[in-house]
Design a protein around this ligand. Structure first.
Ligand code: SF4
Length: 330
């Protein structure tokens, strides 16, 4: 099948748009969607100038999503002195997994000439995820511990690096899955947070860790890849020959998300465009929910400081510090 825009052979067919695209036109269409999202979300403020540049910290895991995001951001702002990019990688201490993806991060940032910071659970918390899984003092899924630690490091290091924004590589499938999970669980407070996030707050699904009672310190987040389906992100990494590390984490076990993924896949197969329509409706709903809850400022006012690390929390010890106590006690 030929490309719809030229006579070269197509490498992809997007059922939701009906388009067949060759390599060059496919890459251009992904770039265009990411740049449009950056514009529509007003990520570059009007007061950013070469003398007053913005620092954007990218959460770079070495997986396809964050690698593609870093590559597109680099090419978008390569000649724009208003934006400085810094890549931040978190090493959880997972044997046979994270070392390889850190290699991918180093290869990419070396090639692009982007500053790269590496932070480890071992140095920061004195734990490795492999040991946490072994000890499991709270009888929780690995990701519930890992999410708390990662959120803490991303927030703290984004601040430390002087970030004006923290950017992550969530794609359209990730976002539609999260939307559907929140909706199916009837979790309106969490839906409201999605709108809050688009205003520069922090939105992350409850992972069962109890971290939802806490609020990360406030570096605005952004997800410029959120209009691009996962398969297209993977194809982009392949076509652009990017050093993405594809293996799945051996501790990944979010069973409910797996069910939702399967459901969405079937819906998208039978009704192309489902993910896009879920997100369009979800964003409207989130705005209404956020107005109703008005939770952001009121919620923040109730937060105190963790007596050990100073993070925002409603309790004496934040969730991260109490989890670390439980792990170190085993
Ligand atoms: Fe951590 Fe879970 Fe991600 Fe593995 S899959 S890195 S355990 S959050």
């Amino acid at each position: 099948m030929d490309c719809d825009k030229c006579d070269r052979e197509s490498v992809m067919h997007a059922a939701y748009s009906g388009l067949h695209l060759c390599e060059d036109h496919f890459v251009a269409s992904v770039d265009k969607r990411v740049r449009r999202r950056i514009r529509e979300d007003d990520l570059v403020p009007s007061d950013a100038t070469p003398d007053n540049p913005q620092t954007w910290v990218i959460g770079l895991s070495g997986g396809k999503d964050s690698v593609v995001l870093t590559d597109i951001l680099y090419r978008t702002f390569e000649k724009d002195p208003r934006i400085e990019l810094v890549a931040l990688t978190i090493h959880e201490g997972i044997e046979g997994y994270r070392d390889e993806s850190v290699d991918a991060c180093e290869e990419l940032t070396d090639e692009l000439g982007i500053r790269h910071e590496l932070v480890t659970y071992e140095d920061e918390f004195g734990v490795q995820m492999d040991d946490v899984v072994e000890k499991d003092p709270e009888n929780m899924a690995a990701c519930a511990y890992c999410g708390v630690f990662r959120r803490d490091l991303l927030s703290r290091y984004a601040e430390k690096l002087g970030a004006d924004k923290l950017l992550t590589g969530h794609n359209l499938d990730d976002e539609a899955e999260t939307a559907l999970m929140n909706f199916l669980e009837g979790d309106v407070a969490q839906i409201a947070k999605h709108f809050d996030a688009s205003l520069g707050g922090f939105e992350e699904r409850d992972d069962g860790s109890g971290a939802r009672e806490e609020q990360d310190d406030f570096v605005p987040r952004a997800k410029p890849l959120r209009d691009v389906p996962e398969k297209e992100v993977a194809l982009y990494a392949h076509v652009a020959d990017l050093p993405a590390h594809i293996t799945e984490c051996p501790h990944a076990e979010e069973a409910y998300r797996g069910e939702i993924q399967e459901l969405l896949y079937q819906l998208e197969e039978n009704h192309p465009g489902t993910r896009h329509s879920i997100m369009a409706g979800y964003e409207e709903l989130a705005e209404l929910a956020a107005k109703e809850f008005g939770a952001r400022d009121e919620g923040r006012a109730e937060l105190g400081e963790c007596e050990r690390c100073g993070s925002s929390t409603t309790r004496d010890l934040c969730r991260k510090c109490s989890l670390l106590d439980a792990i170190h006690a085993v």
